[in-house]
Design a binder for this molecule. Structure first.
Ligand code: NAG
Ligand code: NAG
Ligand code: NAG
Ligand code: NAG
Length: 497
């Protein structure tokens, strides 16, 4: 009886009564290569995506590219008005390194890159929208890739030169900096190949990704310390990192299955979270042991995972003012020996499955699992000492349409899980970012996978924008601070959830 009562109370809280805290912030996100276009205008240099889509267009499912994309480069004023219409508190963008430094190095600063971002930041600030700015969202200048990209340890210093220029030129208006977006996805996508491949589309399986991650962690820490020492006092912003985490649920409560799910979570999410957010720092012990063991089996002379010195471990630990968290989906993990190694997949030691009953998005990897979001939020709280978490991405892809009830359903359910985590689990979550502000170039998915709250007509030269039903639903949440499942904006039909 007591249990039943608790259940009823929890349900009534979950369904409708919980409110977002008064200072909770809402935003929407994009990234430079996915929306800007203007790939070769006014002095911009070539980045690894420009290079890949022009030389090997078959890597993109629909053969498209980001040459024009949403053309946000030419829509600053109009887009800021759309953001105002949504009522968001902040807008998350990324800077294109090649637009600012065409060669990647600071020897040549492109005045048009500085002008473009100044105008965008000014327009946002003038309209009361806080800019949240990622320094790096996957579009490395090609000349730096030619020198080995992130597997080259010197990249950390090249990154720092670029970052200093960004702080000096834009930092007065930026209250939230993000050093890197989803380093675990970037490094695996860059070097492992397969379904999740990303530019520069290299294959150095089981090796390249860990070198990439090692350099990124050092580069991240350098960018943090530079801000902390020289800019924080006058610019008064926060600086962090956005980590992607899929929740891995054990497929049964057996010891082996729990161990397999935990190992995978630590080796993917903990890969970057543990060095920065844990008390001890460094890579997760289970990750170090597993890769060392696998490397030995494979007759390598040393572990494929590089080691940090004690000085580096303490230099990296604690270098984030908040926990930026990107989350989309969950999966079941079962122990499995994956052949064909060395690879990240065989290092993981598990295989994955998703329940076909979970609502599927247009991207093959995405299914709606709101309880998985709740589980990983609790896990972050317990594993890393309840840091302040900002959800820096969450969203759902479909194939198009303005009456996007499936997207609304996804956001409502994930936001309910978030409210439950705040009010009933004591998680410290201070903001939420919907991915995405508008439909855009979804990497190898091209333009066929649509995540936007706003439709973009990619056929019209004007790239006409139209608010979808989800845009109005999101605005209503921001206005009322709660979720109203029956909300139906005029001009749309009631969703049947
Ligand atoms: C820029 O790229 C477009 C293709 O997207 C091409 O048609 C145009 O000639 C290029 N412009 C310059 C200045 O190179
Ligand atoms: C490693 O070397 C040993 C001894 O030469 C050999 O038996 C084994 O098959 C090798 N392992 C792999 C994965 O090649
Ligand atoms: C994986 O291989 C090891 C060593 O051969 C074996 O002990 C283990 O049972 C295997 N695991 C699975 C899930 O097949
Ligand atoms: C959440 O984190 C912020 C920033 O660290 C802190 O100021 C605040 O007290 C925390 N709130 C809770 C409820 O723990």
């Amino acid at each position: 009886m007591k249990h039943l009562l608790v259940l009823i109370i929890t349900n009534s809280l979950v369904f409708g009564e919980l409110q977002f805290p008064p200072n909770f912030k809402f935003g929407v996100a994009t990234s430079a290569y996915q929306v800007e276009g203007a790939w070769n205008l006014s002095g911009k240099g070539e980045n690894i995506w420009d290079y890949a889509v022009h030389r090997t267009p078959n890597v993109i499912q629909d053969g498209t590219n980001g040459d024009i994309a949403c053309d946000t480069y030419h829509h600053t004023e109009g887009d800021v008005q759309l953001l105002k219409q949504l009522g968001v508190n902040f807008y998350r963008i990324s800077l294109s390194w090649s637009r600012i430094l065409p060669t990647g190095f600071k020897n040549k600063i492109n005045p048009d890159g500085i002008r473009y971002y100044n105008e965008l930041l000014d327009a946002l600030t003038a309209n009361g929208i806080e800019p949240m700015v990622s320094l790096f969202h996957w579009d490395l200048p090609q000349p730096l890739q030619d020198l080995g990209g992130w597997t080259n340890p010197l990249m950390a210093d090249y990154f720092l030169e670029y970052v200093r220029i960004a702080y000096e030129n834009f930092g007065d208006r930026v209250k939230y900096w993000i050093t890197f977006n989803e380093p675990s996805v970037l490094c695996a996508g860059s070097y492992e190949g397969g379904l999740l491949a990303l530019a520069p589309f290299l294959k150095s399986r089981g090796v390249g990704l860990y070198l990439c991650g090692h350099t990124l962690l050092i580069a991240h820490a350098k960018a943090y310390h530079l801000y902390d020492k020289e800019f924080r006092k006058s610019q008064k912003g926060k600086i962090g990192i956005s980590l992607q985490g899929i929740w891995y649920e054990p497929s049964s409560s057996s010891k082996e299955n729990v161990q397999a799910a935990n190992q995978r979570l630590q080796m993917e999410f903990g890969w970057f979270a543990h060095p920065i957010f844990s008390k001890k720092g460094d890579y997760p012990p289970i990750m170090k042991e597993r890769i060392s063991f696998m490397s030995k089996q494979e007759n390598f002379s040393q572990s494929r995972l590089p080691e940090f010195t004690p000085a580096e471990i303490s230099y990296i630990r604690g270098t984030s003012d908040y926990f930026g968290f990107n989350h989309y989906t969950s999966a079941y993990a079962v122990p499995a020996n994956i052949s064909g190694g060395p690879s990240q997949d065989s290092d993981f030691g598990s295989s994955l499955s998703q329940d076909p009953l979970w609502e599927a998005g247009a991207s093959w990897w995405i299914r709606s699992v709101p309880w998985g979001f709740g589980n990983i939020l609790k896990w972050i709280k317990n594993e890393y000492g309840n840091p302040e978490v900002i959800i820096t991405e969450n969203g759902f892809s479909d194939k198009g349409g303005l009456q996007d009830c499936r997207r609304i359903n996804y956001h409502y359910k994930y936001l309910e899980a978030l409210l439950n985590a705040i009010h009933n689990e004591g998680c410290n979550i201070s903001g939420y970012t919907a991915w995405s502000f508008m439909d855009n170039f979804e990497w190898t998915g091209g333009y066929s996978k649509k995540f936007g709250l706003i439709r973009v007509d990619f056929v019209s030269p004007e790239r006409t924008r139209t608010l979808k039903m989800s845009a109005y639903a999101y605005r209503n949440i921001i206005e009322t601070k709660k979720i109203d499942w029956s909300f139906t904006p005029s001009g749309f039909e009631k969703c049947v959830f």
